[in-house]
Structures are given as structure tokens and as C-alpha cells.
Design a protein around this ligand. Structure first.
Ligand code: HEC
Ligand code: HEC
Length: 300
């Protein structure tokens, strides 16, 4: 009996030591990655001032999810707050107190959006700039014109925090963190991207889907998913969309209702914002998804 207890003590002690070592390794790994600086290109674009451009900026800020993450008034939101994982806020983007636009120049905002790099060279955290690198100069200008046009919101300063389990997940790249790591600084963004019902334009818009449906559009668990959260579905012809018509796809993006009668959960699949998409945008995304190779669920 005594022997067994001794062995149990050694095993438990060993496990505790291993867990501690993993957490220490994660602290070193993530501190290093979050404090690293990046030599991202400078961005010079013209910011329009006319009403139509500001409205286009608002449209893109809606369908690209800027408003979902940064709040309808762009004042910033608490994005997630899970004890062992951490607490992450999106920034106040307005010209109000502690707002990004109150201290950043247009060029600095543009660089932060496109490359995920702050004026001091460090990477933004969690903000999906990897989905925005290819946004055209014209659209980037419209987005910034919209940001500058909204009423200033005053907020308190916030502190981003990754807790021990969050650090371990970041170390294994199971949680988004320093975005600049996954941005390709050599990407050449188009000057402008006129809307058209083409797979090319569809790909341009559908990049906003990859944070959840993954870069291969084959579906999988959502980043930072909790027990019971739905999985993002396979959007390639290898999934159920193979049997859908364009009309059914439109209905799903506008009302959440799928052909089987199931209504997609807007809390996880934000069709509420996609209901603002124009016909051209939805049809282009459909063309693009249909042009993809049929992949198995989760296949890269
Ligand atoms: C998935 C949520 C999410 C989406 C979608 C999102 N953001 Fe962010 N954004 C964040 C978070 C989180 C931060 C804070 C990053 C930090 O503190 O490092 C941030 C920070 C920023 C910053 C400031 C970067 C800096 O230098 O501190 C800008 C500018 C910005 N976002 C613009 C946008 C625009 C424009 C869009 C839409 C095209 C957008 N964001 C979409 C989450 C998001
Ligand atoms: C924030 C995460 C998220 C984003 C962003 C997102 N989706 Fe989804 N999507 C999901 C989840 C989760 C489901 C499954 C929802 C459920 O089961 O209720 C889903 C389901 C779907 C379905 C239903 C497929 C089926 O087989 O029933 C379609 C279609 C779809 N998404 C299209 C898109 C498109 C197109 C975009 C980008 C324009 C997009 N999604 C962006 C998370 C997301």
C-alpha cells in the first residue's frame, strides 16, 4: 500500500512539474511573439470625403465584420472573457478618448488594418488583419473615411490578457494572437476592385469567412470554441452546399434558413450582417465557392 502511495505521489508530482514547465514555456513563447516588432510597409492612400464613399465604407465595415467586433458605434467591445483563457477587447476606433482615430494618422490606421502592425511596430492581437491585406486601396480609404465620420466615443483604457491556458493555446496556434505573424507583407493589394459576379470578386469578399470556415473553406471548430458550440460547415462542393441552388444559398445568407429547414444560429454564423450584402456580392461568393475543389470536412 505504502509503495503504491509513494508511486502515486511521484506520478502526480511529475505531472504537476510537467504542467508547470508547459505553462512556463508558453509564457516565454507568447511574450516573445507578442512583443516582437515587424517591418511592415507604409501605406499611403487617399481618404475620400464624399457621402457615397463614407456609405460604402459603412457597408464594407458591416459585411467584413468590423461592426460586429468593434461595436455598432465603433466604440470597442469585450470580445471574450473566459477565466483560464483570457480577456480580449476590440479597440475603440473613433476619435473619442482612447479611440484609435484620436491619435493615429490615416496612414497608421491603414497600416494597422492591412498588415496588423501598430505604429510602434508590434502586432495587433486577435484583430484579423490577415483577412484585410488584400482589401483594395479604394475600399481601405472608404473604411477609414467611415471610421473618421462616426461620432467620437469616449472609453476607458483596456488591457488585453492571455491567462495560462490561453498562453498554451496560443503557443500551439490553437488561438489567434499576434496577427502580423500570419500576414504576407508582400501581398499587392489592388487599387480598386469593382463589384462583379465573378469568382474573383467572390474570393475578394469571402475572405471574411475564413476566420471560422478556415482558409480552405472546409469547416471545423470555431477559434476558441466552447463545449457545445456548433462547428463551421464545409462550404466547398464536398459539403451540403453541393446540393443547394443559388436561391437557397441567398436565403441562407439573408435569413439563416437552410434547405433542410434548420435556421443557422446567428450568434455563431453571423448571417444578420450578411443579409446586408448586395445580390452581386452574394452571387459572386456563390460562384467562388462553387469553383473550389470538393474537400472533405476540415480538409486543408
Ligand atoms: C474578429 C474581431 C475583429 C474584426 C472582424 C475586426 N477587428 Fe479590428 N480589432 C480587433 C481587436 C481584438 C483589436 C485590438 C487589437 C489589439 O489590442 O492588439 C482590433 C484593433 C483594430 C485597430 C487598431 C489596431 C491598433 O493599432 O491598435 C483597427 C484600426 C481596427 N481594428 C480596424 C478594423 C476594421 C476596419 C475592421 C473591418 C475591416 C476590423 N477592425 C475588424 C478585432 C476585430
Ligand atoms: C464567426 C464565424 C463565422 C463566420 C465569419 C462565417 N460563418 Fe458560416 N457558419 C458558421 C457556423 C458556426 C456555422 C454552423 C451554424 C449552425 O450550425 O447553426 C456556419 C454555417 C454556414 C452555412 C450553412 C452550411 C450548411 O451546410 O448548412 C453557410 C452557407 C455559411 N456558413 C456561409 C458563410 C459565408 C459565405 C461566410 C462569409 C461571407 C460565413 N459563413 C462566415 C460560422 C461562421
Amino acid at each position: 500500500m505504502k509503495k503504491i502511495l509513494q508511486w502515486l505521489g511521484i506520478i502526480l508530482g511529475g505531472l504537476a512539474a510537467i504542467i508547470l514547465l508547459v505553462i512556463m514555456a508558453a509564457m516565454v513563447n507568447t511574450n516573445d511573439r507578442m512583443n516582437r516588432t515587424y517591418d511592415a510597409p507604409q501605406v499611403t492612400i487617399t481618404i475620400p470625403t464624399d457621402k457615397a464613399s463614407i456609405e460604402m465604407g459603412e457597408h464594407f465595415a458591416t459585411i467584413r465584420g468590423c461592426l460586429s467586433c468593434h461595436g455598432e458605434n465603433l466604440g470597442g467591445t469585450l470580445l471574450f472573457d473566459v477565466g483560464p483563457i483570457g480577456t480580449i477587447y476590440s479597440d475603440n476606433l473613433t476619435e473619442g478618448e482612447n479611440g484609435v482615430a484620436s491619435t493615429y494618422t490615416d496612414a497608421e490606421i491603414a497600416r494597422a488594418i492591412r498588415y496588423g502592425v501598430r505604429p510602434d511596430g508590434t502586432s495587433v492581437l486577435v484583430m484579423p488583419s490577415n483577412e484585410m491585406t488584400g482589401i483594395s486601396d479604394e475600399e481601405l480609404g472608404q473604411l477609414i473615411a467611415f471610421i473618421r465620420s462616426v461620432p467620437p466615443v469616449d472609453t476607458e483604457p483596456v488591457t488585453q490578457r492571455f491567462a495560462p491556458l490561453g498562453r498554451v493555446l496560443v503557443m500551439f496556434n490553437a488561438l489567434p494572437s499576434a496577427t502580423a505573424e500570419i500576414v504576407d507583407f508582400d501581398t499587392v493589394a489592388p487599387a480598386s476592385m469593382p463589384p462583379a459576379v465573378t469568382a474573383e470578386y467572390g474570393e475578394y469578399i469571402a475572405i471574411s469567412c475564413i476566420g471560422c470556415h478556415n482558409p480552405a473553406y472546409s469547416g471545423g471548430p470555431l477559434p476558441g470554441a466552447q463545449e457545445g458550440d456548433p462547428l463551421a460547415r464545409n462550404l466547398t462542393p464536398g459539403g451540403s452546399l453541393a446540393a443547394w441552388s443559388l436561391e437557397q444559398f441567398k436565403t441562407a445568407l439573408r435569413t439563416g434558413a437552410t434547405p433542410s429547414g434548420y435556421v443557422l444560429n446567428n450568434e455563431f454564423m453571423p448571417w444578420g450582417i450578411y443579409s446586408e450584402m448586395t445580390d452581386t456580392e452574394v452571387e459572386a461568393i456563390w460562384q467562388f465557392l462553387q469553383s473550389l475543389p470538393a474537400r472533405e470536412f476540415g480538409e486543408q
